[in-house]
Design a binder for this molecule. Sequence first.
Ligand SMILES: Cc1cc2nc3c(=O)[nH]c(=O)nc-3n(C[C@H](O)[C@H](O)[C@H](O)COP(=O)(O)O)c2cc1C
Length: 375
Amino acid sequence: MTANNAALFQPARIGHMDIRNRLAVAPMTRVSANDDGTATALMCEYYQAYAAGDFGLIITEGLYTDQLFSQCYRQQPGMTNGQQAQSWQPIIDAVHSEGGMIIAQLMHAGALSQYSKYAAHSSGPSAVKPLGQQMSFYYGEGDYRLPQAMGEDDIQAAIQGFAAAALLAKSAGFDGVEIHGANGYLLDQFLTTYTNQREDKYGGNLTNRLRIYQEIVSAVREAVGPDFVVGVRFSQTKVNDSQYRWPEADAAARQTFTLMAESPVDYLHTTEPLLNEPAFAGSPSLASLAKQISGLPVIANGGVSQPELATAMLESNQADVISLGKTALANPDWPMAVQNNQPLDSFNFAMFSPIANLENARRYFTQAHDAESPS
Ligand SMILES: Cc1cc2nc3c(=O)[nH]c(=O)nc-3n(C[C@H](O)[C@H](O)[C@H](O)COP(=O)(O)O)c2cc1C
């Protein structure tokens, strides 16, 4: 570690959770679970490696929250019954034994569901076909399906699904949960004007479009009690729309992050293509807005590969923790490598080919290693 990046290695506190440094692994879907949604031994190795590499916090891939419409991908892990919850216990123990903390990301696919073991159709705020094409590296093909518009009962069921999943995550021993409110999935479909054409209390103005966030946070908090970490993730862009920006711009940030400050939430997690860029013309970064407006601890994500950018975000008080996605995939020991001034590897999309799962990543690393070894 050099004096220049010492800020990365200061301890942090989020809610009741102490973290040994400011470095988190961003949630990343790895489509490597068993068919029944339970976690595997390979997933345990994968998550343990991040903790052994000195990441202070690991946020899991998005776990589906109910056996109705929440599942997004084939081989996605779930958090909907005792077996699924228990299958994470070895992973949680392995991460804790390496000094890391681990949060379960809870995710409802909504209209972006590409596959479900449980439902014959997808569902979302309105019957609007999602933009773009299904993701082939997660086993998808062709257009997204036209979702069925959710009735109020469906919305209540989805909210209760988050609450039940959070309680299961707590019982499994996770240090907290993150509600996935970003990237185009169900909650973000409610927030986004063109996917939410509802005329009831969940659609129309921003207050209504944010209502589901508020109700999920409240239901989750009620389920897990006061001492368990609960966070929410926000983005402007989506997996199927990289151009979308909040139409109300600064006013949206002010209303959204004020609502979160008034809700029983311990942290916010923002993700943007590049975490330090202005969120809107002439504005601070989204992370910085989240922090200034809510006063909550903020995890900032997007485009970090080198320690200098992460350090600058912390030193300019735009974030409390920095999460790394693709760079962490290429360098599961990124914090240790930075501390020891070792070279960092570049991320390569070949790791996701043909499917972005752990087996293909392992094959990629073995081949890269063999290519480097003298014959
Ligand atoms: C393979 C992969 C899977 C992802 N899965 C999720 C996910 O399950 N939940 C989520 O909130 N974000 C997910 N993301 C987005 C990342 O958390 C992160 O926001 C994105 O990669 C940008 O950060 P980076 O520039 O550090 O990679 C995923 C990203 C990748 C590359």
